[in-house]
Design a protein around this ligand. Structure first.
Ligand code: NOJ
Length: 522
């Protein structure tokens, strides 16, 4: 068994976790100060969002140096301390690698702009435009963040490709020098003790070699949020191109030498496409994004879970939420109802083959923050009037109700965004066995004790109305998604976890109340 088999993941959106020095931005020493919380909670694998130097146009996903930790996040020494202290507690730490694009301030791009004959020019997609004077973009591709995916270099007249902001030029992965450069980056971090990588936009690295137009209507539909527009279009030539998985075969070999883990942000919603990325010798895991898009609706949830189990064969990672998507408690209705459903959902995901991922704050039922007008920072919102950006899910963690909320002694980079007129904090919940935090802790520790369940990826589905019910190993799991109390047949055994009150144990059955998940061990 690899160390990541059976692990529970936890995403840390670094700038919003804990700020150790009062500058208002979360940093690595801040993460180190929370390691006891995390170890006690029972997660195993921390994914930390980009900590590299960056001008911050996309909050760190525009990297200007892949080989260092930025001073604002504590510098290289802070990472060494974090790794040492995390490892001492049995926690693993994976970093975020952003290989699809770098920052326009990266020396590679600066050289490429300065001198079109420099080798670095070939690190990017610089091409002539269409029209008599090359004044039109080379094709019809659009950026995730709105508008054309091309920006013209005024000096040479050529255009560069960027599937995100113009300040995030796409790298050309057909160029062997790019592949070599990233090998070096990865190995450098492995050698420093990093336990692996979450790979940003892992499905987009390779582009159609002729940069052909996608077959899209002209004009494109008018959709306020450019991410929604992007995700609604077919991506025949810009995403998931032949050969992209070869990169991960190469990375797999590098990772294997360091016992390191690779999990991809492969944003493909069709599970049969996604599973190719986790074939033997490629990525160890791939995020299954349907899990963080679903509503609380059995008709939607059941097929999503079944497909993820069938296609994932234990190699999909199941995210609850993320820094790009609404928090689960918010998505499921908010308030007490949303929190109850979120707990039930977490207990469901934790029982499925593969890797469940909490997003920071999920452990105590945090909802999206509500921001005052004008507070938006996300380029999706700032550049696209009428679009809701991703700031609501990125608000700083509210650890307690001191003035800086345990997050900072200064002014937070983004407001906390109180929701429902109260602070939901771990400080209030600690020690209260009814509270989300303690239930999550109990769930994760119970899960660790379920060795027989974790040892198998085989699931036997049970047919129970309104309920996702199955047996995995010696554990029966049932999640009632919005239905009246349902009777779930169980073998001789014990109730080992319930996400809410009101569970009734009968003769050979357990009655599971609405919006509740139970675990029963034979
Ligand atoms: C996915 C990241 O999660 C998101 O935050 C970022 O904006 C894009 N990739 C571009 O790097």
């Amino acid at each position: 068994m690899a160390w990541w088999d059976g692990a529970v993941g936890y995403e840390i959106y670094l700038r919003s976790y804990t700020d150790s020095d009062g500058d208002g931005t979360g940093d690595l020493p801040g993460v180190t100060s929370r390691l006891d919380h995390l170890a006690d909670l029972g997660v195993d694998l921390l994914w930390i969002t980009p900590a590299y130097p960056s001008p911050g146009h996309d909050h760190g996903y525009d990297v200007s140096d892949y080989t260092r930790v930025a001073d604002v996040f504590g510098g290289d020494e802070a990472l060494d301390v974090l790794l040492e202290q995390a490892h001492a507690r049995g926690l693993r730490v994976i970093m975020d690698i952003v290989p699809n694009h770098c920052s326009s301030e990266h020396p590679w791009f600066q050289r490429a702009l300065e001198d079109p004959t420099a080798p670095e020019r070939g690190f990017f997609h610089f091409v002539d435009g269409l029209g008599e004077h090359g004044e039109q973009p080379p094709n019809n591709w659009v950026s995730h963040f709105g508008g054309t995916a091309w920006t013209r270099d005024p000096d040479s007249g050529q255009w560069w490709l960027h599937l995100f902001l113009p300040e995030q030029p796409d790298l050309n992965w057909d160029n062997p020098a790019v592949r070599d450069a990233f090998d070096e980056v990865l190995v450098g971090w492995f050698a420093r003790g990093v336990d692996g990588f979450r790979i940003d936009v892992a499905h987009a690295l390779v582009k159609d070699s002729h940069l052909r137009d996608n077959d899209w209507p002209d004009p494109l539909p008018d959709v306020a949020n450019p991410l929604d527009l992007f995700n609604s279009l077919p991506h025949t030539f810009d995403l998931d191109q032949p050969g992209v998985t070869d990169i991960y075969e190469r990375w797999h070999a590098l990772a294997a030498r360091h016992d390191a883990h690779l999990v991809g942000e492969v944003y493909l919603l069709e599970p049969s496409l996604l599973e190719r990325y986790v074939a033997d010798g490629r990525l160890h895991r791939s995020f299954y994004f349907n899990a963080l898009r679903t509503g609380w609706d059995i008709a939607e949830l059941r097929p999503m879970v079944h497909a993820g189990v069938t296609h994932g064969r234990g190699r999909f990672a199941w995210p609850m939420g993320s820094h790009d998507n609404d928090r689960a408690a918010t998505r499921f209705g908010g308030g007490e109802v949303g929190r109850r459903r979120q707990s039930a959902y977490l207990a469901l995901l934790c029982a499925l083959p593969g890797t469940p991922y909490l997003y920071q704050g999920d452990e105590f039922g945090l909802e999206n923050g509500v921001l005052p007008p004008g507070a938006a920072q996300d380029p999706v919102a700032v550049n696209n009037p009428g679009a809701t950006g991703r700031d609501g899910t990125r608000t700083p963690i509210v650890w307690d109700d001191t003035p800086g909320r345990g997050f900072t002694s200064g002014t937070p980079w983004l407001p906390f965004g109180m929701n429902h007129g109260t602070w939901v904090t771990p400080a209030v919940q600690r020690g209260d066995t009814e509270a989300a935090l303690e239930r999550t802790r109990e769930l994760l520790h119970t899960r660790r004790g379920c060795a027989t369940m974790l040892a198998t990826n085989e699931v036997t589905w049970m047919d129970v109305a309104d309920t996702i019910a199955f047996r995995r190993g010696d554990v029966v799991v049932a999640c009632n998604v919005g239905g009246p109390p349902t009777k779930v047949p169980v073998p001789d055994g014990d109730l080992i976890h319930a996400t809410g009150d009101g569970v009734v144990i009968g003769d050979g059955v357990v009655v599971v109340p609405m919006d509740t998940t139970i675990w029963w061990r034979a």
